[in-house]
Design a protein around this ligand. Sequence first.
Ligand code: A2R
Ligand code: GDD
Length: 311
Amino acid sequence: MKVLVTGAGGFVGQHLLNKLMKKDNNIVAINRKNNKFLSSLNIPVYETDILDFDTILNCIEQEKPDVLIHLAAQSNVGVSWREPALTASTNIEGSLNLYKAFFKVNSKGKFINIGSSDEYGLTAKLGIPLKEEMECKPQNPYSISKYCSEQMLLQLAKKDKVNVISTRSFNHFGPGQNIGFVVSDFASQVADIKKGLKENKIFVGDLSAARDFLYIDDVIDAYIKITEKEIPTGVYNISSGTSIKIEYILNKLIEISNIDIEVIIDKNKFRPAEVKNFVGNSDKLKKIVGWKPTVNFDDGLRKTLNYWVNN
Ligand code: A2R
Ligand code: GDD
């Protein structure tokens, strides 16, 4: 099977490619700029912005992929408040470019769009595990762009009678995730303290929020199953089913590090609008592709902290 991955040099992209390469797949990558990891793999890499339709079409015409896994995005909620237009164009127009180019070349192919649990927005306030059929009320520029692209793609898929899977992936974390996401923000600071590069103070945002977290390996496993198995067009949650308080993550990382660390709440790190608690129900995906998460949350934190200590 030939699989084209966009955003291949990003956090999820690198983990996904490592796993896909171990299987009998033919991989092609799209990435905006030159990337050391991608250059080290023996695969075709197209360096382009997903807003550049002609280059995208050229890549897809040359490679003729069976499956497109669309990861490329402005993925950071905090950044989306500062750059709403960039977030909208990348996440909406970029996704539409890929849809148009992909199905122009292969109307029998599978388009996997990576969306976000954040699309549920205010509905999460119900405090019950979110299901795909529940209403979405996104509350920030990032989740609005993700919901918009998801709905555009699904409506077009209905009209064009093509196969589009759009995930609502809940929070994920692991080695290689950028600063700007909560586990990386905390683990990188704890690692710097451990290495003596920083005084024993950690700066954090809103600790009262809670999220449904998956370790990156479980997320990749879900994406691979969606790639390999037949799956009807629609929306699929990818979640653990458990909500974890941000404060727990902080305390656990400090406990694992075995150092006394002073916690400083930094109001600048708070979001203009925050839905406090997310938890998802992923029965739909489990039933169709037989996926279930397997990594213990605390073990995932240990691996992530080790990554930061060693890098
Ligand atoms: O910003 P760059 O140059 O490192 O590339 C990022 C890429 N990307 C783009 N590629 C082409 N044209 C663009 N206009 C463009 N804007 C961004 O998407 C990077 O390689 C990738 C995103 O990687 P991360 O920010 O590390 O996100 P992550 O965690 O891998 O998320 C994957 C997907 C995204 O759709 C998220 O919204 C979702 O999972 O949660
Ligand atoms: N980033 C960050 N940094 N968040 C903090 C911090 C901090 O120092 N302190 C507290 N938080 C809180 C945030 O206010 C939020 O409630 C929670 O920790 C998680 O923040 P993020 O890791 O930035 O994740 P997110 O939920 O806003 O968005 C992520 O998850 C989505 C899935 O729901 C991103 O990975 C999105 O791309 C993804 O779609």
